[in-house]
Design a protein. Structure first.
Length: 411
């Protein structure tokens, strides 16, 4: 019987998972999927490495589906698919590691206590991440439970990239720029190191563009700046999140509109961004298909902010050798990529229109001073790799993961 590593990415209403076999020091992808609609009408979707798909509604006649029952459904499906293995490790995406965790760590009671203390830093993500951990401990009591942090990749920023212009005591208390999407950035960095070692040693910007979106400046494989800050609200506009916002707007909403903290949280996290600006949708595909002026305005603003952040991060890096586009929008939306990179020859980016239209790996023109790449990110595979490493298994990421192109997903 083979050993299997399961990865869990638990959100407020969904659980994403992957199953990967450990064989001969390598990870072999077996399946990935997700359960949506936790707490309401839950549906299960999965794809095996051979391309076979599963999609069905979960039985809620006796109990509403919570995270524990969602994991039970995942386990039942894996057993039913005869994947022939036992789960020896479960890797969890934990959004916030605070100022404490700069690398993956095995979970125990003490670590869980620390992670619960970071709930106020990520109130819409951390509680559900931890609910997934608790459910996995019940489902797999003999397996190693490993926390992999979205903030960890950014933890070695210089002070000026981490601080706000507030009294120093707030920084010391943990009010600082953490950055997110670190698992995606780390995966892309590892793939670059393997496939493009010269570029990997240079100055790189990775744009993780999806329902959650951010950009990261990477020098010699290390994160030096990110567009996200204290929370996953900052930076470029996202599907439902506002991105960069003058804090005076929040004061205005509180003072003049008499909005509560909960109402403002709901506005900025769930009803802003592309959804709020367009009044139509948070899905870039729907906005591109729409003829409404508000849809075009939302797209134009998104593109403008991404271009602006590319310029700012390039200044931090002191130049630019490579830009990587990833995430659901970065990997699939050729018109958005074109809008972001067009007319940037002065910046060293010369786009190859045909290569971009075909979603080819290299979309910069031959001889372009700055190389532009489309790379598929795989946070689940990065989590699995970390989990395997903490179990004492050194394994490469060269074998790319299965199934479909990634879609938009939250931060």
């Amino acid at each position: 019987m083979a050993d299997i590593i399961l990865t869990i990415n638990a959100g407020s209403s969904s659980v994403k998972f992957s199953a990967q076999r450990i064989a001969e020091g390598k990870l072999t992808p077996l399946a990935l999927g997700q359960i949506d609609g936790i707490g309401s009408e839950a549906t299960f979707t999965a794809t095996k490495s051979g391309g076979e798909k599963a999609h069905f509604a979960l039985d809620q006649s006796r109990h509403a589906i919570d995270h524990a029952l969602a994991l039970t459904a995942v386990l039942d499906w894996l057993e039913g698919e005869n994947l022939d293995g036992r789960v020896v490790g479960v890797g969890h995406r934990i959004v916030h590691g605070g100022p404490v965790f700069a690398e993956p760590v095995r979970l125990d009671a003490a670590v869980l206590r620390q992670l619960r203390a970071f709930v106020p830093l990520a109130p819409l993500h951390q509680p559900f991440n931890l609910a997934g951990v608790e459910a996995a401990i019940q489902a797999f009591p003999d397996a190693a439970q490993v926390a992999c942090f979205d903030t960890a990749f950014h933890r070695k920023h210089p002070f000026i990239a981490d601080t706000f212009a507030l009294p120093r005591k707030y920084y010391d208390e943990g009010v600082r720029r953490y950055g997110f999407h670190g698992l995606s950035y780390e995966f892309i960095t590892r793939i670059l190191r393997h496939e493009e070692p010269v570029l990997a040693r240079g100055k790189v910007i990775v744009a993780h563009l999806g329902n959650g979106a951010s950009l990261c400046a990477i020098k010699s494989g290390k994160s030096v700046a990110s567009t996200m800050g204290f929370t996953a609200l900052d930076g470029v506009p996202m599907g439902t999140r506002c991105g960069q916002l003058d804090p005076g707007v929040v004061l205005y909403l509180m003072g003049e509109k008499k909005m509560s903290a909960d109402e403002i949280t709901d506005l900025l996290y769930k009803n802003s961004g592309l959804k709020g600006m367009s009044g139509i949708s948070n899905d870039m595909r729907e906005l591109e298909a729409s003829t409404e002026p508000s849809a075009r305005d939302a797209i134009d603003y998104f593109v403008s902010r991404v271009r602006r952040e590319i310029g700012g991060l390039s200044a931090v890096l002191g130049g630019l050798d490579c830009i990587v586009l990833t995430g659901g929008i970065g990997e699939n939306a050729q018109k958005i990529r074109h809008a972001i990179l067009k007319d940037m020859e002065w910046f060293g980016v010369e786009i190859d229109e045909e290569a971009n239209a075909r979603n080819q790996r290299v979309i910069s023109a031959k001889g372009s001073p700055t190389v532009a790449l489309i790379l598929k990110t795989d946070e689940e595979r990065m989590i699995a790799a970390h989990t395997a490493e903490l179990l004492g298994l050194k394994q490469p990421l060269e074998a790319r993961a299965p199934t479909e192109k990634s879609g938009s997903r939250p931060a």
